[in-house]
Design a protein around this ligand. Structure first.
Ligand code: ASP
Length: 443
């Protein structure tokens, strides 16, 4: 097949064209035209993905859990998955803290620029503080309570509540394992059918991905640069060093931590792994939402990376909601950067508090755009840095959100591959190597 017919190249072309168009539109003042005639296609693309995210989690996780032979296997896979997720997030945090302490990007922001940023984003800061306040005022066990929904339809109605849907699906899957087989069978085949349908829908939606990605990028660039293209330059000059620190951290985690883990513990070929996962990375970049990207992540992890459905249907929905390495890394850098800019030093104890709160925050962060910055308010308050400080970084948050979401999604796929390898559920034929027989799949 010629290269330009491959999906990831088509998406890359859409992305680059969207970028170029966005800049041209900002310069020529096509803002209104872009929001009226281009942006809606991006919204439709994201809506389509979100539309199938909940049915996908329900169908794939219920069938996934119900097809396990027993509950011991579920707790084994579950324990392993959560342990690896925590480990990779810790590594991300250590990378972030090391970089921000070595590079000290906060020392480079001129005081006038600091005052200006604080004034410009005052209103936005208040909005996020209110949101963070609501989160903070809850009891210590509230996050646990939040996982258990009182009404399934309520939780299914918002992508912010995805963890509740994950909970219900696992719960129902466990129940199905326990009821007599002949009673469970019709339900399992129903969800199996639903699963097949959703997978087909993902394929159909992905045909429109190049256009969707074009529209999303064009709109993002346009709304950032519209009317204030000069200010964007100024902003980048002041915050460029901070952005570089975040990008460097994300690049190290994505290009070193994950490949090392894959090389050490799995037989996959790295080139194949990264080209296989690239459609999901591109969608993550354009949508800034690992929740919306989940259907694509699942499709490519199974089809291109050879991870069995049993593993991917469990590991990926869980990962999309609780595993956010990119977000944690960014939060560590941002928190210390803000402290540095405000002239506050953070000692070792404060930095350890950042590690701990960021680890928990990344679990609690919803898989939607800009969720990370709301949680950042809580981290800042935990170490005594004024949360108004987020004003300093809001201006460049959108682009960093896109990049950290790519890392979040790559992390989920990496862990799925690791878990599949240890469970002997990785189909190596997709790598052009002798096929491994996924022995455990039938239980
Ligand atoms: N946008 C990120 C995600 O969905 C979360 C965040 O860091 O804001 O993965």
């Amino acid at each position: 097949m010629p290269w330009y017919r491959k999906l990831h190249w088509q998406i890359i072309i859409g992305l680059v064209l969207g970028l170029v168009y966005g800049i041209v539109a900002a310069i020529l003042g096509w803002g209104q035209f872009t929001s009226d005639w281009i942006a809606p296609f991006g919204t439709i693309f994201i809506n389509l993905l979100k539309l199938i995210a909940v049915p996908l989690i329900l169908a794939s996780l219920i069938t996934g859990v119900a097809s396990l032979s027993d509950l011991r296997k579920l707790s084994r896979i579950g324990g392993k998955t959560i342990a690896i997720y925590m480990f990779t997030t810790l590594v991300a945090l250590v990378i972030g803290l090391t970089i921000v302490n070595v590079l000290q990007p906060g020392k480079t922001v001129p005081p006038e620029m600091r005052a200006k940023l604080e004034a410009t984003y005052e209103g936005d800061v208040q909005e996020r503080e209110v949101l963070a306040d609501v989160t903070k005022q809850r009891g210590p066990l509230q996050p646990l309570v939040d996982i258990v929904p009182e009404n399934l339809f309520d939780s299914a109605s918002s992508n912010r509540n995805m963890l509740q849907v994950v909970f219900f699906a696992i719960f129902a899957g466990v129940g199905l394992l326990m009821v007599p087989r002949e009673k469970a069978e019709p339900l399992i085949s129903f969800f199996d059918g639903l699963n097949a349908l959703v997978i087909k829908l993902v394929e159909l939606i992905m045909v429109t991905a190049p256009l969707g990605v074009f529209a999303l990028l064009a709109d993002t660039i346009n709304s950032v640069a519209r009317d204030n293209i000069n200010e964007v330059g100024e902003l980048l000059a002041a915050l460029g060093y901070y952005c570089l620190a975040v990008i460097l951290g994300l690049a190290i985690h994505g290009a070193v931590t994950y490949p090392v883990l894959l090389k050490l513990f799995t037989p996959v070929k790295l080139g194949r792994f990264f080209s296989g996962i690239s459609p999901a990375q591109l969608v993550a970049f354009s949508t800034s939402s690992s929740g919306a990207t989940l259907p694509v992540t699942m499709e490519v992890t199974e089809k291109n990376l050879g991870v069995s459905e049993e593993v991917s249907s469990f590991v990926l929905p869980l990962g999309a909601t609780i595993n956010m390495d990119g977000t944690a890394l960014y939060q560590a850098i941002a928190a210390v950067f803000i402290a540095q800019t405000l002239g506050m030093g953070l000692d070792l104890a404060a930095q350890l508090t950042i590690v701990f709160t960021a680890l928990l925050a990344s679990i609690g962060t919803a898989a939607v755009p800009s969720a990370g910055i709301v949680m950042l308010v809580i981290i800042l308050e935990a170490v005594g840095v004024p949360s108004q400080g987020i004003a300093l970084i809001l201006g460049v948050d959108r682009i960093l959100d896109m990049l950290r979401t790519v890392v979040n999604v790559t992390g989920d796929a990496t862990v799925a591959t690791l878990v599949a390898t240890t469970e002997d559920q990785l189909d190596l034929s997709v790598y052009g190597t002798a096929a491994s027989v996924p022995t455990a799949s039938s239980g």
